[in-house]
Design a protein around this ligand. Structure first.
Ligand SMILES: Nc1nc2c(ncn2[C@@H]2O[C@H](COP(=O)(O)OP(=O)(O)OP(=O)(O)O)[C@@H](O)[C@H]2O)c(=O)[nH]1
Length: 248
């Protein structure tokens, strides 16, 4: 029952009208294809690793959590994977929109995929450009650290790149270690919670009421989660018979 209660905290983006909203922290998760973005988001929000994911089209997840004693709503936008082409990085428009919408960005590569590592600098540039006057906090996650025999990116290279980009670095395994994943996201949430709250966006348009907000006033709202997809994942999670999931 506890598991079900926690699972139901992944909800639609829009809160019902008149419902008081807690502070909202918005995070976009961005990286190459198949690096484990969805696995990381689901791991952070539900403690669960579910290995079988379909290519995602960009789901938005939301959950109420305690950060430093304060009740906040964390919204995490999972984005479709980007690719390197001869003309630079190729990304669905939706990804840029998600970066503009977010208060912070999690850049992800897989230690088993050199191209996903090479993509990070380009993605970081995109974050800087999309951020306008104020670049949002960024963390760099190197995922799939459990796949030692398939490693294609040396463990020193991630911290070096993070240092050059001026962001925090975490090497994690979504499949093997919940604490690593939780620690990385949680520290980012703590950092964001300490900042003064951003002007709230309209739940219907995503547009900010405040002119000084760094993002364009005409940012389309990120996609709501595909509830069918979520229900399918929840069923998978329930059938795995893991005892409980506690709040973050
Ligand atoms: N061994 C291992 N496999 C992982 C890990 N994280 C994700 N995977 C696997 O990697 C594959 C891709 O994971 P996804 O979470 O779908 O990756 P994604 O980045 O969301 O992929 P796209 O939706 O295509 O952009 C899946 O088969 C996952 O089970 C990890 O830490 N270790």
């Amino acid at each position: 029952m506890r598991l079900i209660q926690n699972m139901t905290t992944i909800t639609e983006f829009c809160a019902p009208e008149n419902q008081p909203l807690s502070r909202v922290i918005k995070i976009a998760v961005v990286g190459g294809s198949g690096v484990g973005k969805t696995a990381l988001v689901v791991r952070f929000l539900t403690r669960r690793f579910i290995g079988d994911y379909e290519r995602n089209a960009g789901n938005l997840y939301s959950r109420e959590v305690q950060v430093d004693g304060e009740q906040v709503t964390i919204q995490v936008q999972d984005t479709p994977g980007g690719e390197m082409t001869n003309n630079g990085v190729k990304l669905p428009d939706h990804v840029t929109c998600s970066i503009q919408w977010a208060d912070a960005v999690v850049l992800v590569y897989s230690v088993t995929d050199r191209r996903s590592f090479d993509l990070i600098s380009q993605l970081h540039q995109l974050v800087v450009r999309a951020g306008g006057a104020i670049v949002p906090p960024v963390i760099l996650l190197a995922n799939k650290a459990d796949l030692l025999h398939l490693r294609r990116v040396d463990s020193q290279q991630g911290p070096l790149l993070a240092g050059a980009l001026g962001c925090s670095f975490y090497e994690v395994s979504a499949s093997e270690d919940y604490n690593q994943v939780h620690g990385a996201f949680h520290r980012l949430c703590c950092q964001l919670a300490k900042q003064p709250p951003a002007p709230s966006s309209s739940p219907h348009t995503g547009a900010s009421a405040a002119p000084e907000k760094r993002r364009s006033p005409l940012i389309p709202r990120p996609k709501s989660p595909n509830m069918q997809d979520l229900k399918r994942r929840f069923k998978q999670a329930l059938s795995a018979k893991v005892r409980t999931v506690t709040s973050v």
